[in-house]
Design a protein around this ligand. Structure first.
Ligand SMILES: [Zn+2]
Length: 454
């Protein structure tokens, strides 16, 4: 019997550190039966030719064609699966109005399980086709439909972390879209956690329940406290929104006399497996609390341009040691592609550094040292996402899951401009990150299983 379930031969890019990309040229990636990278061999390694000889004429062997490159799968740390039905529309009004006018009526439709089943299949297929191998999802307040989303991830082979959303404060939520009461919200959450944990036992790539207070404004103190306790009892991930906009940030200050981060921490909602969306208005003290508790930021740069009233100082928070990954934030962000968000993360950081008001002198226009490089943005969308979720994903390294995307730079009608001058692989890497489209993503693998082909 063969030692490995799969062996891939090809050139790959993975983060060595936030600033450095490691180029693995013509390497062999040996994957075990659990879908984990068991060995990586360079052509100069003594075992290389032996493994090649043993596998190259078997079904387990995959030679990646010239012109195609292997990247780690991308990790989406913030996506509202039900909002896919309104993606690309309704981006014209501020956050609080947007929620009440468009988003809550949209999410209310997911009381219908058949409707949810149909939409969630589309969402998971679309994200996989865009190279997203792991997604941290907000579902809706509905327990059944939220379980449907977890089942859809399990069946389609995506690593899904799914939250049933809690919104129990009658004063801050519309009557047509809220939990019946606090007790029901907590009981539904607990039943949801138990059901998804059970489902996870038979799911190779893993599906995980996530404790999900929508954000402080939609929850009572009792619910927030109860959710912190449930997360502790079942050792689950936690997600919410934190200090997203002037309005959201100000609301929490008014209600508690402190910032979101401190309030979330006091309710037991900041811990190693916590991921907080946006977090634009964190003070350095708040950011330090994130770093100390191991809580992560889901940076959603496309969405932020519409709803966050600011550009988050991501370079500063990276330097402080906060765990950070990227999120699409469908549908505050219109794009299901983390390529788009990786590009926007770089663009937004450059605009923060230079500043945006051309009537100001250059010396006072921007915030110095705010830019991040393309390599750093790539780190966030891969390794940073894995660290944020405390899972062995996001790197092509021994011990990590084989979550990979095969990028064909020669796809008809989507050919990347790679010519003889691009001798350096790192130039090809940059072209892929800036220019690749879904058409270039030929195959997507999660935990050693092929989940998408085109
Ligand atoms: Zn969101």
């Amino acid at each position: 019997m063969n030692t490995y379930a799969q062996v891939f031969q090809g050139t790959a890019f993975t983060s060595q550190s936030p600033k450095e990309i490691k180029v693995l040229k013509d390497h062999l990636f040996c994957i075990d039966e659990n879908g984990v990278i068991a060995k990586i061999l360079a052509p100069i390694d003594i075992a290389y030719n032996d493994v090649l000889k043993e596998y190259e004429n078997t079904d387990a062997f995959h030679r990646i064609n010239e012109g195609t490159y292997i990247l780690p799968g991308f990790i989406d740390l913030h996506v509202h699966a039900p909002q896919w039905i309104q993606a690309g529309t309704a981006l014209d009004i501020p956050l609080n109005d947007w929620l009440n006018t468009y988003t809550f009526p949209t999410e209310a439709k997911f009381a219908d399980v058949d409707f949810a089943t149909k939409v969630y299949a589309d969402v998971v297929d679309t994200l996989l086709a865009n190279g997203t191998t792991t997604a941290l999802y907000f579902a809706t307040i509905h327990k059944e439909a939220s379980i449907v989303l977890a089942k859809t991830c399990a069946e389609k082979g995506q690593r899904g972390l799914v939250g049933k959303v809690v919104m129990d404060d009658p004063e801050q939520t519309p009557s047509f879209y809220k939990d019946a009461d606090t007790k029901t919200a907590l009981a539904d959450t607990e039943e949801f956690i138990v059901a998804v944990k059970e489902l996870g036992k038979s799911t190779k790539q893993g599906v995980y329940p996530v404790v999900t207070p929508r954000f402080i404004p939609s929850c009572t103190d009792e619910a927030l406290r109860g959710l912190g306790e449930l997360a502790k009892k079942y050792d689950t991930h936690i997600q919410s929104h934190c200090s997203e906009s002037d309005w959201a940030h100000g609301y929490v200050q008014e209600r508690f006399g402190k910032n979101d981060a401190q309030a979330l921490n006091d309710f037991g909602l900041l811990q190693d497996k916590s991921v907080m969306a946006h977090s634009n208005f964190l003070t350095d003290e708040d950011a330090q609390l994130f770093a100390d508790t191991g809580s992560a930021i889901a940076h959603c740069p496309v969405s932020n341009a519409y709803f966050a009233n600011s550009v988050i100082p991501i370079a500063r928070f990276m330097a402080m040691g906060v765990e950070i990954g990227l999120g699409s934030d469908i549908s505050g962000g219109f794009s299901p592609s983390l390529y788009d968000n990786t590009r926007q993360a770089v663009i937004s950081s450059r605009m923060l550094e230079d500043g945006v008001d051309s009537s100001l002198p250059a010396t006072t226009r921007g915030v110095p040292n705010s830019r991040i490089t393309l390599n750093e943005a790539f780190y966030l969308v891969t390794a940073g996402g894995g660290e944020s979720l405390s899972l062995p994903i996001g790197r092509l390294e021994v011990g990590f899951a084989w979550d990979a995307q095969m990028i064909d730079t020669r796809t008809a009608n989507a050919r990347l401009p790679i010519y003889e001058v691009d001798k350096k692989e790192i130039d090809i890497f940059e072209k892929i990150i800036y220019l690749a489209r879904p058409e270039n993503i030929r195959e997507v693998w999660v935990q050693g299983e092929k989940v998408h082909t085109r």
